[in-house]
Design a binder for this molecule. Structure first.
Ligand code: NI
Ligand code: MN
Length: 226
């Protein structure tokens, strides 16, 4: 699989012949000013929860790419009211097989209201299987015990975990999360975008190395073959 980092928690992943885009927040992100929106591809746009820093560019990119949005019922319904109807609603624990791979929605401990006060349902994580591999995209979440189930039953080959603390788990908890999900290859997200979530990269790298794990703190615009 090929992973491209577009800043904050936004990644473009080539999987099973499809391009999956997670939590698009590019144009409001000053750190991501080098990203050319016209080059952002998405057959599917996954939205983990309704906060602005996870969906600011979702509508524009869906229109640009004729993407299918995959999110919880409330988020899909909200985008329907914004005029976007190519949506696939799911909810926690649910699984669906698309022509490129399989998606399961997982628990995330966070909140999920829209900026306009509308109910954004429950925040989600995703377990995705394609190309004979499994990965976990945690969304915004604290460390939680359900992650042990992901380790026991899915053993992801790699995982996207938030590491910025303040709004989500810290890097220390992300090390424990990596143990819970039984995964040695982590891609960090939700760091450095705002003053509240600035991290010391060296410290984070050392904590994962000490636990026998690898964390990739990708440069915005960089790609990773995984
Ligand atoms: Ni959030
Ligand atoms: Mn967030």
């Amino acid at each position: 699989m090929k992973v491209k980092y577009l800043g904050h928690s936004c990644f473009q992943v080539e999987a099973g012949g499809a391009t999956l885009l997670f939590d698009p927040f590019i144009t409001p992100n000053q750190l991501a000013s080098s990203i050319d929106m016209k080059q952002v591809k998405a057959d599917y746009i996954f939205i983990s929860h309704a906060h602005q820093d996870h969906m600011a560019d979702a509508l524009q990119l869906a229109k640009q790419n004729n993407s299918t949005m995959v999110a919880n019922w409330e988020i899909c319904s909200w985008f329907n009211t914004q005029g976007w109807h190519k949506t696939h609603p799911m909810n926690t624990g649910g699984k669906w097989t698309f022509d490129w791979g399989e998606v399961k929605f997982t628990n995330a401990i966070h909140s999920s209201s829209f900026g306009d006060g509308c109910d954004g349902g429950n925040p989600q994580g995703f377990i995705i299987k394609a190309d004979g591999k499994t990965f976990y995209y945690a969304g915004d979440t604290s460390l939680h015990m359900d992650m042990q189930l992901i380790g026991k039953y899915n053993k992801p080959d790699f995982a996207f975990l938030p590491v910025g603390s303040n709004f989500t788990m810290s890097y220390e908890d992300a090390v424990i999360a990596a143990e819970f999900i039984q995964c040695n290859t982590i891609i960090g997200m939700h760091f450095d975008t705002f003053p509240y979530i600035v991290i010391n990269h060296e410290q984070v790298q050392q904590a994962f190395t000490a636990a026998g794990k690898t964390i990739n703190l990708m440069e915005i615009g960089a790609t990773l073959d995984i």
